[in-house]
Design a protein around this ligand. Structure first.
Ligand SMILES: [Fe+2]
Ligand SMILES: [Fe+2]
Length: 498
């Protein structure tokens, strides 16, 4: 049978649409699921996705991508990266797979929701491919860590994490439920495709890919490049929606979506990308600092795409720029201190040369974060490791669900609010603003401390908390990635008193 040229049929196919006659448009596309309030029905056919592909082309390209990633994995399995790579790198893999694999599966639901509920036919078509992309990403990132499970049961968390109440999982789930699952199709696409994917997945996937190749982990490098090539395509789903909102006088709403999504994404990525990039990646293969990556991918590229649309930087830009050099250092101190609550083994990353690097990239690091590390190091070097793990739990932000941290001797960002008789804590003014703009959305959620104080966690001690988080079921909680070998450098030459 003769095949028609793509150009002859594609536009007709991608915009296939019909007028419902048995039910109303609102029944077919319920406003709470479809969104687009105030945009006339006839406008949706003008949605023009920047990336066009047919199903035949899609399958062909995806098959090649999969073949590339799986064959690199098969070829390099004998290299025994697990035993040869620096433990800091191995633990980046553990953190990454666990935090990402099942979220990718969740993202396939997000895309599926567009395929059903979006009022724009072109978007429904492209979201179908996006849904297949995300299923591929989940499968890859469950399969790849599986080879490590028999070497190290902490890799089991690649599958397990999102089913647990580990504190990192609570933070990630709260964020992804907010941006992927519980908003209408227009808002979700701007939150997830535009703000989260074009902004932040680049950071994790391109940023870590360079470090992976330098660390000799070509399998991981190839894997995340393969995934990012899909992200770069379906991330574009949100831009035409932003244009439609702006054209129909809803620029304020568009700006609000971006402002919320940007901050929430950023704060989550301080844990997912910030800590590994500045502390776990072995110093000799570190490509750039987290701040440098953020400046390249977010401050320059993402904000350019926001401004090109005629929108503005988020209102809290000055707070964000300051935060960029501080917050993830506080989260690293926190996660390292509370290492028994992690599913991976954190690298301290504060040997003498690493501290020089941190001081160069973040001037003032030694006089702030460094002084707390001095105490930790002194305790570790003098047989008081027990004093380096806190006996209490941290305050947790009621928006980000992450510990409230600050810069030692400078600032601690706990701000509070009493809403309908309940006291809420926030890690920043921005988190508080997000809550205040939409308290209905956030007010019922209980963070880990709310659960602890409310009696949900029994026994109410560290053992009970660890059990509640799923630690110790199939693998032990975290401990220093290098078995504290780095502390030896400080034993002979104690840290000078400041
Ligand atoms: Fe994905
Ligand atoms: Fe995606």
């Amino acid at each position: 049978m003769a095949l028609l040229e793509r150009g002859v049929w594609y536009d007709l196919a991608r915009k296939t649409e019909w007028s419902p006659s048995y039910i109303s448009v609102d029944e077919l596309f319920p406003p709470e699921l479809s969104g687009g309030d105030g945009i006339p029905d006839e406008a949706w056919s003008s949605y023009d996705e920047p990336y066009k592909v047919s199903y035949r082309e899609y399958v062909d390209v995806q098959r090649q991508k999969d073949a590339g990633a799986y064959s690199v994995k098969a070829a390099l399995e004998r290299v025994d990266l697990y035993n040869k790579a620096d433990p800091g790198w191995v633990n980046i893999l553990k953190e990454h797979y666990a935090a990402v694999a099942l979220v990718e599966y969740g993202a396939s639901f997000q895309e599926a929701r567009f395929a059903r509920w979006s009022k724009a036919p072109g978007m429904r078509n492209m979201a179908t491919f996006g849904m297949l992309d995300e299923i591929r990403h989940a499968q890859l990132q469950l399969y790849f860590p599986h080879e490590y499970v028999n070497k190290d049961r902490q890799f089991d968390w690649s599958h397990e994490t999102m089913f647990t109440d580990n504190w990192v999982a609570l933070g990630a789930r709260h964020f992804f439920d907010d941006v992927l699952m519980t908003r209408d199709a227009v808002a979700t696409s701007i939150f997830a495709n535009f703000a989260f994917e074009t902004g932040f997945t680049n950071l994790q996937f391109i940023g870590l890919s360079g470090d992976a190749a330098k660390a000799g982990d070509y399998t991981f490098s190839k894997l995340i490049q393969s995934i990012q090539s899909d992200e770069a395509r379906h991330a574009q789903l949100g831009t035409p929606l932003l244009q439609m909102l702006i054209e129909h006088g809803q620029a304020k709403k568009a700006q609000y979506y971006i402002d919320v999504a940007f901050w929430r994404s950023y704060r989550l990525f301080t844990i997912l990308s910030g800590i590994p990039m500045d502390y776990y990646v072995p110093l000799d293969v570190r490509e750039s600092s987290f701040k440098e990556f953020m400046q390249e991918w977010i401050v320059t590229q993402f904000i350019k795409s926001v401004e090109d649309l005629g929108l503005k930087k988020p209102w809290y830009w000055d707070i964000f720029m300051r935060d960029l050099a501080e917050h993830h250092h506080g989260q690293h101190l926190g996660t390292y201190s509370w290492r028994p609550t992690l599913w991976w083994n954190p690298a301290a990353g504060v040997g003498p040369e690493e501290r020089d690097w941190l001081e160069e990239k973040y001037p003032g690091w030694n006089d702030t974060f460094g002084r707390v590390w001095d105490v930790l190091i002194d305790n570790l070097a003098n047989g008081r490791a027990d004093k380096t793990v806190p006996g209490t739990l941290p305050m947790i932000c009621n928006v980000s669900q992450l510990p409230i941290v600050g810069t030692p001797f400078k600032s601690l960002h706990d701000t509070t609010l009493v809403h309908e008789g309940r006291k809420y804590h926030f890690a920043s003014e921005v988190d508080k603003w997000i809550f205040q703009r939409d308290p209905e959305r956030y007010k019922h959620h209980k963070n880990l401390i709310d659960r602890f104080l409310g009696g949900d966690i029994q026994p109410a001690d560290l053992g009970g908390v660890l059990e509640y988080m799923g630690i110790g079921v199939v693998s032990a909680g975290g401990d220093d990635a290098h078995g504290y070998a780095w502390v030896d450098r400080y034993r002979d030459a104690p840290v000078p008193a400041r």
